[in-house]
Design a protein around this ligand. Structure first.
Ligand code: AMP
Ligand code: ZN
Length: 148
């Protein structure tokens, strides 16, 4: 039994969209999974390949409950490298917001992993509110999957 396999690890919030994505009740473009974490494409992508890494158990944010970041750190590491490699990105931003004051909208811990490209417009802006179309998301999803 690992330190994470306590009853708390099983905690699911029935009203949480990320818990539903983890369980498969809601669809997602899943790009990575290990025993403690799942990663999928963000439907409102700021930049091509923008992904979210979430713990499998429901934890509201990075400062709630027991130390939660270590259990998803290997997934963040793996996803950042996966996106750099498969999408030929030139850089990566990592971001995790805790609390409404920080702009958090979904209260299940997540780390944004955002590939960045040297030739992209608006290079300095991390949050690109333009989002992405379904076709754009499907296209980048296929590209990430292609090297699997
Ligand atoms: P935050 O503001 O840090 O709480 O970010 C929440 C993120 O979740 C936003 O970037 C949304 O685009 C993303 N998001 C919300 N619902 C979904 C979903 N069903 N699938 C993928 N990403 C989502
Ligand atoms: Zn949840």
């Amino acid at each position: 039994m690992t330190p994470f396999e306590t009853p708390e690890t099983q905690h699911v919030d029935p009203n949480c969209i990320f818990c539903k994505i983890v369980s498969g009740e809601l669809p997602s473009r899943r790009i990575y999974e290990d025993d403690r974490a799942v990663a999928f494409l963000d439907i409102g992508a700021w930049h091509r390949g923008h992904s979210l890494v979430v713990p499998k158990r429901h934890i509201p944010d990075v400062v709630s409950g027991t130390s939660s970041l270590p259990e998803i750190a290997p997934a963040v590491d793996a996803v950042a490298r996966l996106l750099m490699h498969r999408l030929a990105a030139d850089g990566i931003n990592l971001l995790s917001s805790a609390g409404q004051a920080a702009g958090q909208e979904v209260f299940h811990l997540h780390v944004h992993v955002v590939p960045r490209y040297a030739d992209e417009p608006g290079l300095r802006s991390l949050v690109n509110p333009g989002g992405a179309t379904d076709d754009e998301l499907d296209s980048v999803y296929r590209q990430i999957q292609a090297g699997a």
